[in-house]
Design a protein around this ligand. Structure first.
Ligand code: NAD
Length: 389
C-alpha cells in the first residue's frame, strides 16, 4: 500500500507529517512512502534524507497521491480554490486521511471528505486517555508551543528574566503570569522558571492548582463551587458562567498590572478562546510589558490580540498574536507529530493484510473518525453537516 505525504501549503506552515525516522518504520510495516519534493524543507529535512530513509520523492502532489491508500498531513489539504493546488480532489477515493483537520473551525469540510469517499481521521479529536497519549498531537504540539511562547517573550522583553546582581547594579527578575495551565501552560511555567523568572499562573480546572504549584509557581485564581466541576469528562475546561467571569476579571485586573509578561494559553475545546484580558487591563500594564497569546488561532485570550500580528499598544505593551505556535518550532514539532501519526497507524495496522484496520468499535477510532465509506460517522459532525445541508 502507498502512503503519500504532501508538502504543506497553508500560509506559515513549516511542519511535515513524516520524518526520515518514521519513513523507515512505515516502510517496515510494508508501506511504500511517497514524499512530495520539498515537503521537509521547512523542518530542515532535505529530499535526500527522505530518499535515504527509503521514501520515493514525488515531483508534485498528483504524483505523490496517485494510487495512495493512506495520506498523512499536518493541516487539512487545500480544497478547490483555496490555493495554487487542489490537494483534496487529488486524494484517491477510498484513501485514509490522517492529520489535524481543523474540523471545529470548518465543519463543512467533513461532508466534502464523505462525498469524495475519503476516510478522514481528525487527530485533534483524539480522546485524552492513557492508551492514546503517544498519539496525542494536541499535547505534543502544545508542549512545544508553550516553550516557544516563553522564548519569544524573552526575546521581545527589553529586560532579563533572571535576577542579575552585577557590579553595575541589580536587574530585577521578570514576573511572568501564565493564563491556562494545560499542556502548553505547564510547559510555559517550567520554561519561564528555568529562565529564572518569578512565575504565577491561573486556571479553572481544580487539578491545575496542584500542577501549577508542583512546578514552583504560585496559583492565582477564583475558586468557587463552579470551578469544582469545571472539567469535562474528556479533561477539558467548561465554558464558565457570567458570574465567574466577572469575579475572574476583578482578580485579573489586580494581578495583571503587576506583571511583566503574560503567556495566554486558555482554550475551551471547540469554542472561541475565553477573553480574559481586557483592553483596560492592558492599559494598566507597564510600558515594555509583553503579552504572548498562543490562543490567537481561537481568537485569543486578550481583547487586543490581532491573530497573525504583533501589536504595540499606545502604552508600550507588545502583544504577539502569531498563529500556529507549534509551526514556529517546526523541526521538533514535526519530529513529535510524525511519531504521533506513526503510533496511531501502527496501533491499527493489520500485519497480515499489511493495511490499516480501524475498528469502528474502538474508543480511539470513535473519537477521531469523521467519515467512513462515503458517510459522516462522527456523531458531533453528522449533526453539523446535516444542519449545514
Ligand atoms: P486546552 O488547550 O483545552 O486549554 C488550556 C488550558 O486553559 C486548560 O488547562 C484549561 O483548563 C484552561 N482554561 C480554559 N478556560 C479557562 C478560563 N476561562 N480561565 C482560565 N483557564 C482556562 O487544554 P489541554 O492543554 O489540551 O489539556 C486539557 C486536559 O487534558 C488537561 O486536563 C490535561 O491534563 C489533559 N490531558 C490528558 C492527556 C491524557 O491523559 N492522555 C493528555 C493531554 C492532556
Amino acid at each position: 500500500m502507498r502512503l503519500a505525504v504532501l508538502k504543506e501549503r497553508r500560509p506559515g506552515e513549516a511542519r511535515v507529517a513524516v520524518t526520515p525516522e518514521t519513513v523507515k518504520k512505515l516502510t517496515g510495516l510494508g508501506l511504500t512512502v511517497a514524499v512530495e519534493t520539498g515537503a521537509g524543507e521547512g523542518a530542515s529535512i532535505p529530499d535526500a534524507e527522505f530518499a535515504a530513509a527509503g521514501a520515493e520523492i514525488a515531483p508534485d502532489p498528483a504524483a505523490a497521491l496517485a494510487g495512495a491508500g493512506i495520506v498523512f498531513c499536518v493541516r487539512a489539504p487545500l480544497g478547490p480554490g483555496e490555493g495554487d493546488v487542489d490537494q483534496l480532489s487529488a486524494i484517491p477515493h477510498g484513501a485514509l486521511l490522517v492529520g489535524t483537520l481543523n474540523v471545529w473551525e470548518d465543519p463543512g469540510r467533513v461532508k466534502a471528505y464523505a462525498e469524495r469517499g475519503i476516510d478522514a481521521c481528525a487527530m485533534e479529536l483524539l480522546p485524552r486517555i492513557t492508551r492514546a497519549q503517544s498519539m496525542d498531537v494536541l499535547s505534543s504540539q502544545a508542549n512545544l508551543a508553550g516553550y516557544r511562547a516563553v522564548i519569544e517573550a524573552a526575546m521581545e522583553y527589553g529586560r532579563s528574566f533572571p535576577m542579575m546582581m552585577t557590579a553595575a547594579g541589580t536587574v530585577a527578575p521578570a514576573s511572568v503570569f501564565v493564563i491556562g495551565a494545560g499542556v502548553a501552560g505547564l510547559q510555559a511555567i517550567a520554561t519561564a522558571r528555568r529562565l529564572g523568572a518569578r512565575v504565577s499562573a491561573t486556571d479553572v480546572r481544580p487539578a491545575a492548582k496542584e500542577e501549577i504549584r508542583s512546578l514552583g509557581a504560585t496559583f492565582v485564581g477564583v475558586e468557587t463551587e463552579e470551578t469544582r466541576t469545571a472539567q469535562t469528562a474528556g479533561g477539558y475546561a467548561k465554558e464558565m458562567s457570567e458570574e465567574f467571569r466577572r469575579r475572574q476579571a476583578e482578580l485579573m485586573a489586580e494581578t495583571v498590572k503587576k506583571q511583566d509578561i503574560l503567556i495566554c494559553t486558555a482554550l475551551t475545546m471547540g469554542r472561541t478562546a475565553p477573553k480574559i484580558i481586557s483592553a483596560e487591563m492592558v492599559a494598566a500594564m507597564k510600558p515594555g510589558s509583553v503579552i504572548v497569546d498562543i490562543a490567537a488561532d481561537a481568537g485569543g485570550n486578550c481583547a487586543l490580540t490581532k491573530p497573525g500580528e504583533r501589536v504595540v499598544t499606545p502604552n508600550g505593551v507588545s502583544i504577539l498574536g502569531w498563529r500556529n505556535w507549534p509551526g514556529r518550532i517546526p523541526v521538533a514539532a514535526s519530529a513529535l507529530y510524525a511519531r504521533n501519526l506513526l503510533t496511531f497507524l501502527t496501533a491499527f495496522w493489520d500485519k497480515e493484510a499489511k493495511r490499516p484496520n480501524l475498528k469502528p468499535e474502538d474508543e480511539i477510532v470513535q473519537g477521531v473518525a469523521l467519515t467512513r465509506g462515503g458517510a459522516v460517522v462522527h456523531p458531533q459532525f453528522a449533526d453539523k453537516t446535516a444542519a449545514a445541508a
